[in-house]
Structures are given as structure tokens and as C-alpha cells.
Design a protein around this ligand. Structure first.
Ligand code: GSH
Length: 200
């Protein structure tokens, strides 16, 4: 199988960490692609043009992080990543919602200043602050301890804030999340997939 990724993508990073944590690195070759580029090597397999995209041995291409994780779980994974219980699913969904909002906020900041929407940015700042407070309480109550999709998504999202969306000061007033992140950042799967800084 081939996993198309971009080194800056937190969504692709979720799958790349899953491949490592599930012991599937020998079965999945990672292929770097450009994004928003008509010449991207991924486009013949995935006209959507987004990563992650997993090309199976029969040529079928799976897109969308959660669908890729579901497939990886079915590949004799040493450790399944997609939770099946309501609490695990809720925890994963909460972080995915945060990440989607951060992605919108980041996209606004990549536009020329006169094209940015202050309203959209304000909405996403508010959403991120709200979810962060909830996550701080979740972690204080013992959440995100199990290494599953919610864990991977939280590590990828906070890691994105560290390197590619530093305007978001997620550490401020969130000591439990900081301590959680330090533990997550010590894992090989995390260290292997640290994104390059974006300057934002
Ligand atoms: N809903 C998708 C989101 C994936 C996504 O937005 N990927 C970004 C990189 S972080 C991308 O490929 N963007 C390129 C584009 O929008 O053209 C998922 O869960 O995988």
C-alpha cells in the first residue's frame, strides 16, 4: 500500500503515526506529494487532491483520515486505532472538530491580508478556545490516555499548533494539556513525523 502525505499535514500525520503505532510500517510505503498543485503526484490516484490518501494494492484509493484508519485497523494491525465505544468516538470527534476549525483559521491566515475574513478568524479563535478548555478538563479527568485515534488526533493537532499555527497559544492556561503533550511527544511515532515550521 502507498500512503500519500504532505509533511505539514496534521491529518496525514494522524495516519502516519497510526501506521507506526500499529506495526504496519512494513506494509505501507509513504509517498510525499505536493498540495494545491496541478502536477501533484497524488492527483492521478486522488482527484480530490487532499492528504491522506491510501492507495491499496488493487489500485483503490481511500481518502479521509477516519476511513484510512478504519482500513489500517483491518490490516492485521497490532493495535486497532479507531475506537468502537461511545466515549472513545466522542473524544476522537471532539479533536477532529477542533482540527477542522484550526485548518479553516490557518487557511485564512495564508490568504493575502486584504482577502482574510476577520469574522471567520474570530469564530475559529472562539471555537478553538472553547474546545481547548473542554480538552483540558477531559485530560484532567483521565481522558486521552488510551493510544487510539483520539490520542493521535490530539497529538497531531497540538503538534500542528507548535510548528505550523503558532499564532494559536494553546499552552496558555492549559497545564494538563502541556503535560499530556510532553508525554505524547516522546513517542517514536510522534518524533518521526514532526512537521516543518510554516512561519505562521
Ligand atoms: N477531511 C479530510 C481533511 C484532509 C485535509 O484537509 N488535508 C489537507 C492537508 S492538512 C489537504 O490535503 N489540503 C489540500 C487542499 O485542500 O487542496 C480528512 O479527514 O482527511
Amino acid at each position: 500500500m502507498r500512503l500519500f502525505y504532505h509533511p505539514g499535514s496534521p491529518y496525514a500525520r494522524i495516519c502516519r503515526m497510526a501506521v507506526r503505532e500499529a506495526g504496519l510500517a512494513g506494509k505501507v510505503a509513504e509517498v510525499e506529494t505536493t498540495l494545491r498543485d496541478p502536477a501533484a503526484v497524488m492527483l492521478p490516484h486522488n482527484p480530490v487532491g487532499r492528504v491522506p490518501a491510501l492507495v491499496l494494492d488493487d489500485g483503490t484509493t481511500l481518502t479521509e483520515t477516519s476511513l484510512v484508519l478504519a482500513w489500517l485497523d483491518s490490516c492485521d494491525a497490532e493495535r486497532p486505532m479507531l475506537p468502537l465505544d461511545p466515549k472513545g468516538l466522542a473524544a476522537y470527534g471532539r479533536v477532529l472538530g477542533l482540527l477542522d476549525g484550526i485548518a479553516v483559521w490557518n487557511r485564512e491566515l495564508r490568504r493575502p491580508e486584504h482577502e482574510r475574513s476577520p469574522g471567520v478568524i474570530a469564530l475559529e479563535i472562539g471555537r478553538a478556545a472553547r474546545v481547548l478548555d473542554a480538552l483540558e478538563a477531559d485530560v484532567a479527568a483521565g481522558g486521552y490516555e488510551r493510544l487510539d485515534a483520539g490520542w493521535l488526533a490530539l497529538a497531531a493537532t497540538l503538534g500542528y499548533g507548535e510548528r505550523r499555527h503558532t499564532v494559536w497559544d494553546w499552552r496558555a492556561a492549559h497545564p494538563r494539556l502541556q503535560a499530556w503533550f510532553e508525554r505524547a511527544a516522546a513517542r517514536d511515532a510522534f518524533r518521526d513525523t514532526v512537521p516543518p515550521p510554516s512561519g505562521l
